[in-house]
Ligand binder design. Structure first.
Ligand SMILES: N[C@@H](CCC(=O)N[C@@H](CS)C(=O)NCC(=O)O)C(=O)O
Length: 203
């Protein structure tokens, strides 16, 4: 398999963590879709990373689809429950966590626009989404070791990746203060080799 990814993409990090947790070999092709000579549009018409090329040459994107594909391979640990409704529930947690990342990315991009074009209300609107979603995730995480069930799932990985992205891009956002259960989850997840090996470079 080949994974097209940038080293700072939180969505690509989610997939790299899944690959590491499942000990699945995969060639990492570092490619930033923001650069002029990027090859990403030739594998994903949307021009986004991550995109995965299977050993059979099939391409999958985006990160939830890749996560679903990796789950079909004969590699443990299983990160989604076998029961279809339980699976949807874990994917709901993933979707909420990815939504935190989406809003944080939009806030970052807006904050990088030149003065005069930049909209502070739009940044605030995106950060409000982050905060509401963190409150919902905190309610879910409170009083339990894992976001769903009795072991690590895709939900835990997606939530921790989103929190790691907040630390990277919004270090001034003190999300730990009002979200102690998420802070505990992050501490445990960040210590895993799959997380330490995929820590994004600053930049
Ligand atoms: N929903 C997608 C989001 C992927 C995404 O937005 N990736 C960013 C990098 S963090 C990207 O490639 N952006 C390039 C662009 O928007 O042109 C996923 O989960 O994979």
């Amino acid at each position: 398999m080949k994974l097209f990814a940038s080293l700072t993409s939180p969505y690509a990090r989610k997939v790299r963590i899944i690959l590491a947790e499942k000990s699945l070999p995969c060639e990492l092709i570092v490619d930033s879709p923001w650069e002029a000579n990027t090859r990403v549009p030739s594998v994903n018409p949307l021009g986004k990373v991550p995109a995965l090329e299977t050993d059979a040459g099939e391409i999958f994107f985006d990160s939830p689809v890749i996560a679903g594909y990796l789950e079909t391979l004969d590699a443990g640990p299983k990160l989604l429950p076998a029961d279809p409704l339980e699976r949807v529930r874990v994917r709901q947690i993933e979707s909420l966590a990815d939504g935190v990342t989406d809003a944080a990315v939009l806030a970052l991009l807006e904050s990088r626009r030149p003065e005069g074009l930049r909209s502070e209300p739009e940044i605030d609107r995106q950060i409000d989404k982050v905060d509401r979603a963190l409150d919902a995730l905190e309610a879910r995480a409170s009083g339990r070791d894992w976001m769903y069930g009795n072991g690590m799932s895709l939900g835990d990985i997606a939530v921790a990746v989103a929190l790691g992205y907040l630390d990277l891009r919004f270090p001034q956002h003190e999300w730990r203060r009002e979200h102690p259960a998420l802070a505990g989850l992050a501490r445990r997840m960040f210590a895993r080799p799959s997380f330490t090996a995929t820590k994004p470079p600053v930049g």
